[in-house]
Structure formats: C-alpha cells, structure tokens
Design a protein around this ligand. Structure first.
Ligand SMILES: [Zn+2]
Length: 146
C-alpha cells in the first residue's frame, strides 16, 4: 500500500528520501502529530536503503520541531499514541526525535529511549530531561532559536 499524498495535509512527497517506500501509517501519524504541535516538523532522515532497523522498513523518520523544546516535542508525540518507537536525541545539530510505527509484538511494550551522545543510549529518565531542559534554557537566554 502506498500513501495517498493528496490526503496528507502538512508534508510533501519531496520531503522523504524514497516516499513510495514509506509506511503510509507513519505518514498519517506524522500528519496528525504535525497538526497537534502546530509548528513546522522538519524531516532529517526517512527511508534508508540497506538499514536493518525501522528506517530500512520505511517505518521511521528522524525529525525536529521548530519553535518548541525537545521535551515538549517528545511529549506531544506521546500524546498522539501513534508511535510504537520513539527516541530523544539531544546531541543532534538540530536536537530531535526518532519516531516509528514498528509492529508491536504481543506483551512487548512500545520502545522508548534517549541518546545523549553518538551511539550511546540511555533510559528516558528525569536526569536526562532536566539536562535537556537546562541546555535549551541556556540557549534561549543566549538568543538562539530552537
Ligand atoms: Zn531514526
């Protein structure tokens, strides 16, 4: 099944590296997410040829949201209830989220994680959230746009 791009409100086909290989469920979820956040959602990475993870299955995107904090972007993604995998990446040039619609196995919870440096994964915990919050607060004080 392919995405009916005419029914997608906020994203253009050209924003995805190989749009026909993207899971239509993910595009739909992203569109709902974009409406909820009310700010531009920038796609960093989508389908990746040869990737053994969710990107290689067309189930995942890496994104950031303009104008809101990373933690808010994460919490709003949670609010949709549509993403079975989500990761919070504080070290990207534009700090952002990995969001995916991986199929869930019975009795396996949705995947949630954080990454504070390259190839380093930690649980999404209060210490991490606090660190990101402080980082963004400092940037705001210095006048840097999120
Ligand atoms: Zn990703």
């Amino acid at each position: 099944m392919e995405t009916d791009w005419n029914s997608v409100q906020y994203f253009k086909k050209s924003e995805f590296s190989d749009p026909d290989k993207m899971n239509p469920e993910l595009i739909k979820a992203l569109d709902i997410y974009r409406r909820l956040v009310g700010n531009p959602v920038i796609i960093h990475s989508s389908y990746r040829e040869g990737d053994s993870g969710q990107h290689g299955k067309g189930n995942a995107v890496d994104i950031h949201v303009k104008g809101i904090s990373l933690i808010d972007a994460y919490l709003l993604a949670e609010k949709t209830g549509l993403f079975n995998g989500s990761g919070v990446y504080s070290w990207w040039n534009s700090r952002g989220l990995h969001l995916d619609v991986r199929p869930l196995k019975k009795d396996v919870p949705k995947a949630r994680w954080a990454s504070d440096r390259t190839k380093h994964y930690i649980g999404l915990n209060w210490f991490f959230i606090r660190k990101v919050y402080e980082l963004e607060k400092k940037e705001n004080e210095n006048g840097k746009q999120v």
